[in-house]
Design a protein around this ligand. Structure first.
Ligand SMILES: Nc1ncnc2c1ncn2[C@@H]1O[C@H](COP(=O)(O)OP(=O)(O)OP(=O)(O)O)[C@@H](O)[C@H]1O
Ligand SMILES: [Mg+2]
Length: 263
């Protein structure tokens, strides 16, 4: 199996009759119901499976307005497949974030281009986080509006619960988790060169016994982005607010932010 990270945006997806025939066969293998996805998404899933990143899909973990997360299979492993919906995404908000980000270039202003670039950027953020060694899903592949990454959950395919609904079991564990997350954020900032941008108890999974994962890097921006400082302060404030409500001893926002920036 190919272990290289794969990232591509395909401009023109051509649907020749021969390709459609193969696509239909693959979709059968993938157990995808065609009505669920538009034809570009189907084509993208087809390409990802052709390249060996996906052998099948087993239902959705979560469906939302902007993105659906599906349970995927690759060999003996489960993978998470995040699929952005082109029709219902808030592309104006996406545009605002993408504009100041020197790592990506939106080619044209058409809706699907913006959504593709949004997914591309999330993939880059996941790579930066993973390389900085923080507890986050390992990204495997990106193509168009689809990201394939490590599945974080049990063997039955249930994702770990959100920190919001499954907080740390006791005050000592909670304090340890808080400081580990702040240490992670320090590495994300200094080594990864990004801020998360949407950190809260809704984007952290908690497996129990102090084991957590930071997810959803879709709003991450480089530390030199015009919105970076504001987003960093908001992320840290969200985190401290949640832990304070658990009865954890928390540092002040300024102290925590300077821990993240330079420690
Ligand atoms: N790698 C993963 N492994 C297991 N479950 C995941 C993974 N990534 C996401 N999920 C599940 O899917 C849910 C939604 O994912 P995520 O937070 O990335 O997207 P979102 O909030 O819907 O989208 P947006 O990018 O618009 O903020 C998560 O709360 C989690 O339950
Ligand atoms: Mg989320």
């Amino acid at each position: 199996m190919n272990d290289d990270k794969f990232s591509a945006i395909e401009e023109d997806i051509d649907l020749s009759p021969k390709k459609i025939e193969r696509l239909e066969k693959t979709l059968e293998d993938l157990k995808v119901e065609e009505e669920v996805f538009d034809k570009y998404t189907l084509m993208t899933l087809y390409e990802l499976s052709r390249r060996g990143y996906l052998d099948g899909l087993m239902g959705f973990v979560k469906t939302g307005k902007e993105a659906n997360v599906a349970r995927g299979v690759r060999g003996d492993d489960l993978v998470a497949v995040k699929i952005y919906r082109v029709a219902t995404s808030d592309f104006r908000r996406m545009w605002r974030y993408l504009r100041g980000d020197h790592r990506v270039k939106v080619r044209g202003r058409r809706r699907h281009r913006i959504v593709y670039t949004w997914a591309e950027r999330e993939f880059k953020n996941l790579l930066a986080a993973h390389r900085a060694g923080i507890r986050s899903p390992e990204p495997y592949a990106h193509m168009n509006n689809v990201i394939v990454m490590e599945f974080l959950g049990d063997d039955e395919g249930n994702p770990y619960p959100l920190l919001k609904y499954h907080p740390p079991e006791d005050p000592e564990t909670a304090e340890e988790v808080l400081w580990n997350i702040l240490d992670d954020y320090h590495r994300l900032y200094t080594e990864g060169g990004i801020v998360h941008g949407d950190l809260s108890e809704y984007n952290i999974l908690y497996a129990g016994d102090g084991e957590y994962y930071i997810i959803d890097f879709s709003q991450g921006v480089p530390t030199d982005h015009p919105m970076a400082e504001e987003l960093l302060v908001r992320d840290v404030s969200n985190l401290l607010r949640f832990f304070a409500r658990q009865g954890t001893d928390v540092p002040g926002v300024e102290e925590a932010v300077s821990h993240v920036k330079g420690g």
